[in-house]
Design a binder for this molecule. Structure first.
Ligand code: SF4
Ligand code: SF4
Length: 273
């Protein structure tokens, strides 16, 4: 089984993924059992991955959240699985392997914490030492029993800067959720979107976190993965949105609520202007 993990490590490092750790599947919280059944895996090991995505191309003056200023992470992970799963199946034909991200059979944040790749932040994110919370979680699950132990779950120090600096703290709403809401926004919601200039998402509770500040200072936070370094859109506007073909639009994480939702947000700014 060591041989399997050695090979997995080699494949992940070759992909530029440096932060990963195995954890027994039995130590994870299963949330969508049917996905495991579909993969033919009942027990075994989860290799949790934290893929950094913050691009150096991103200016601080962006109007969309960093995770969707880069190309869609779902497409990144499907490409990753397409590259590495056949190699694993070929080398270890008696074992099963499956890859997931977001649409996953397990609670990903819990698994990342129990695998020891990050801590639970009060901002709701998994915080890693090198990249802070600017990581996409994904998991490679196999029926092979790779020797590993669940780690003690750790939480952040609770400085509460993320809560104090949250622009919506008083309202109980989240700006990120507002910008993703379909249909019409209330007057108060429109004012919040305009006031904080967000066309999609909000990163404030991540930006102000001391772990992010330190990872920037140490120069470790930025991704080296080409997929996330290319095609970055820090400022989205109507001409950019309208010039996107449907195919191109679907390569962006903000596409999941449809073009009209993003356009509605952008129109709020143009009316304001
Ligand atoms: S800002 Fe402070 S409380 Fe919030 S996640 Fe970071 S360390 Fe935790
Ligand atoms: S994403 Fe923005 S609005 Fe939402 S909780 Fe974090 S700081 Fe507050």
């Amino acid at each position: 089984m060591i041989a399997i993990y050695t090979y997995i490590k080699e494949l992940l490092l070759r992909e530029g993924i440096e932060l990963f750790a195995p954890v027994p599947l039995s130590s994870c919280r299963i949330t969508k059992k049917y996905l495991l059944e579909r993969a033919g895996i009942e027990c075994g090991t989860v290799i949790m991955l934290a893929v950094p995505y913050l691009s150096e191309e991103l200016t601080e003056k962006r109007n969309i959240s960093a995770y969707c200023a880069v190309r869609d992470y779902h497409l990144y992970f499907s490409g990753l699985w397409d590259r590495i799963l056949p190699l694993l199946s070929e080398k270890f034909p008696r074992n099963r392997f499956a890859g997931f991200a977001d649409h996953s059979p397990i609670d990903e944040r819990y698994a990342a914490a129990v695998a020891g790749i990050g801590i639970f932040g009060k901002n709701g994110m998994i915080i890693t030492e090198k990249y802070s919370s600017y990581v996409f979680l994904g998991e490679l699950i196999t029926d092979a029993n790779i020797p590993c132990k669940p780690q003690k779950i750790r939480e952040c120090e609770g400085c509460m800067k993320c809560r104090r600096e949250c622009p919506m703290n008083e309202t109980g709403q989240c700006l990120s959720a507002l910008t993703q809401k379909k249909g019409d926004l209330s007057e108060a919601e429109v004012s919040a979107v305009i006031k904080y200039g967000s066309a999609w998402g909000c990163d404030i509770c991540q930006e102000v976190c001391p772990h992010t500040v330190l990872a920037i200072k140490n120069g470790t936070i930025y991704t080296k993965i080409e997929y996330f370094r290319n095609g970055v859109i820090p400022i989205l506007d109507l001409p950019i949105l309208d010039s996107m073909s449907n195919e191109e639009f679907l390569t962006r994480a903000f596409s999941w609520r449809g073009r009209d939702t993003v356009r509605r947000n952008l129109l709020l700014f143009s009316k304001e202007g």
